[in-house]
Design a binder for this molecule. Sequence first.
Ligand SMILES: Nc1nc2c(c(=O)[nH]1)N[C@H]1C(S)=C(S)[C@@H](COP(=O)(O)O)O[C@H]1N2
Ligand SMILES: [Mo]
Length: 313
Amino acid sequence: MLILPSNDTAPSEITPRDLFDNRRRFLQAAGLTLAAGAAAWIGAVPSARAATKLGPLARSPLSTDEAQTPFKSVTTYNNYYEFGTEKEDPAENAGKLQVRPWTVRVEGLVGKPRTFDIDDLIKLAPLEERIYRLRCVEAWSMVIPWLGFPLSALLKQVEPQGSAKYVQFVSHYDPKIMLRRPVLDWPYTEGLRLDEAMHPLTLLTLGLYGEVLPNQNGAPVRVIVPWKYGFKSAKSIVAIRLVEKEPPTAWNKAAPSEYGFYSNVNPQVDHPRWSQASERRIGEFRKRPTPMFNGYAEQVASLYQGMDLRRNF
Ligand SMILES: Nc1nc2c(c(=O)[nH]1)N[C@H]1C(S)=C(S)[C@@H](COP(=O)(O)O)O[C@H]1N2
Ligand SMILES: [Mo]
């Protein structure tokens, strides 16, 4: 087991006092430059303390009205293998990640390749709150108020070429602070088809629960694709590449028979180790049935018309 110094970003309880402390910690983690970036969106920021609040933001009508998973669970029960393979490891270890300065290269088959500074990225499009379910292939799920804007707003800026058919996401990897053991082929990579990446549900995500993203949740920027299993949503992204061919992805490389490229939430196609027909919402006892495409079938089923989702799992 990897031993790293613990950090102070793991919240204990959700009390007003703790929310205050969290805000202060996030401010330290984010640096004051974020304050400036966020301020541009939320108007006057009366004090540095308020600056890590990315809201109040308009709530997207694409949000679910299901009960939200408590902040504490969202930030202490994580998959972020670079910081350890146990659920509690990322909250303990990810404090070492320096999220400022940070840049994201958007490159490949695009007319206008560009490197975005994280603070420019935040200002690229209006941030909104999107309450989405996150369903892990391990058959647990959460409901999280994410903050972000459609990934399409970013992709349009770089002008994808006609030959671009897929989008690859590359996560940050630093062996000095992350797992060196090749559990996965670091850096973590994921991919989407371009039409999936451009879909209005696909969120470039900069925060949750009104705050900048905690490190363990993929600070400073990750993608959230609500109709796919959690592992499609790469954390701490440093590069986004538009490519012609289906890009290799970390979990598919590690276990191709278990993790396909598409990884759509599909109760009819089981994972060899976990049934996908039902799930346990974190904080609940009884399992609930998993809906097709995680409940977003109406919006996304047409993307897969004519495809055999058993073969393209
Ligand atoms: N870089 C990176 N991104 C990652 C992972 C990871 O290990 N490394 N795990 C994935 C998996 S399996 C899931 S379920 C989600 C978990 O997101 P959360 O911890 O914010 O709930 O992140 C995904 N993104
Ligand atoms: Mo996952």
